[in-house]
Design a protein around this ligand. Sequence first.
Ligand SMILES: Cc1cc2nc3c(=O)[nH]c(=O)nc-3n(C[C@H](O)[C@H](O)[C@H](O)COP(=O)(O)OP(=O)(O)OC[C@H]3O[C@@H](n4cnc5c(N)ncnc54)[C@H](O)[C@@H]3O)c2cc1C
Length: 377
Amino acid sequence: MQQYDVAIVGGGIVGLGHAYAAAKRGKSVVLFERSARAQGASVRNFGMVWPIGLKAQNLALGLRSRDLWREVLDDAGLPYAATGSLHLLYREDEEAVVREFIGKAPALGYECEWHTPGEVLGRSAAANPEGLRGAMWSPMEITVDSRLVVGEIPGYLSERFDVTCHFSEPVRRVSAGVVETAQRTVKAEQVYVCSGIDFETLYPEVFAAEPLKKTKLQMMRTGSQPGDWRLGPSLAAGLTLQFYPAFEICDTLPALKTRIAAELPEYNRWGIHVMVAETSLNEMTLGDSHEYDLALELFDKPEIDELILRYLAQFARFPKPEIAQRWHGIYARHATKDFIEVDAEPNVRIAMVTGGKGMTLSFAFGEKMVTKTLGLA
Ligand SMILES: Cc1cc2nc3c(=O)[nH]c(=O)nc-3n(C[C@H](O)[C@H](O)[C@H](O)COP(=O)(O)OP(=O)(O)OC[C@H]3O[C@@H](n4cnc5c(N)ncnc54)[C@H](O)[C@@H]3O)c2cc1C
């Protein structure tokens, strides 16, 4: 039986983050992914590494993760863009929340500042100037093309480190450090189960004991924009202020939520807020909505896409707005926890970042898990 220091179940970004952390510290790693290439949340997202949305107690982890993202992508020769982000604001209550946040945030470690409409338009060719009151600029965010990098990082890890990746190999059993697929059985000193929203195959009793809900998000993408037109900073707007926990420190937030609930009930019904990021091919990735249930609907709702596009038109414009691709992604949301780190049995740890922040936190979360469980620096 082949022996490794570390075995990882799942080739999404959380599994890759664990693989990188262990391999960089000299460990031999084997990684199993059930599909021919990862097809889960890690390739269906915006590609936003987004510290500005994190609650203050996760910010240091988010910034460390962003730095690890840059380290990996620089070493692998894979693209990313240090875009930063703009929250574009058109209403008085949106401005109030952001000005309050900007007042409190630096003491908590966030980097952000107020931009006048003129400064916004200097940074973003996409921002709609009509009725624009200003924006919050943050230089912290980077944007990756998730389809590309999640596809390429396994090859990089295998070339650069002692990492063996087996694709199209679902792990059907883990027990006492022995990991079993239909094709092989291997032994590892430590196993990390990074299986995303698969709560059913491995250790279903552990997942069943946690208050987890699957959350479905609808997404869209335009084709490539023409010539040298670029989005620049990733964009968000007023609705986003009620979604990210960072803004919960603002006393002005409840008034904004009350106004949105009265004015835009259909947006709250489907959990819609609207953001835009650019891919490496200069396409605009747009979303999203949030439907919460374990029994998620298989098919998407055109009315959700319409609502997203209608709100988008209020703050962003692109030369080629036609939608070229539509899809949905699913992530796991926990009632109280941002992370799941449970030892299902000795030397087998289930590791998950819950909610919509797994791309942002993946590399630092993997580093934290690996150094803690293996007793490494
Ligand atoms: C639409 C959408 C947009 C998002 N946008 C952002 C964003 O911009 N920024 C951000 O920070 N976060 C974002 N997120 C969240 C982020 O994408 C997720 O938190 C993250 O991708 C989760 O990574 P993962 O590796 O845990 O899961 P996954 O990507 O689902 O990977 C798990 C992998 O494990 C494999 N697997 C499962 N069981 C087995 C088995 N038994 N054997 C072998 N393989 C197995 C699966 O095939 C899968 O590839 C978004 C999520 C969605 C859905």
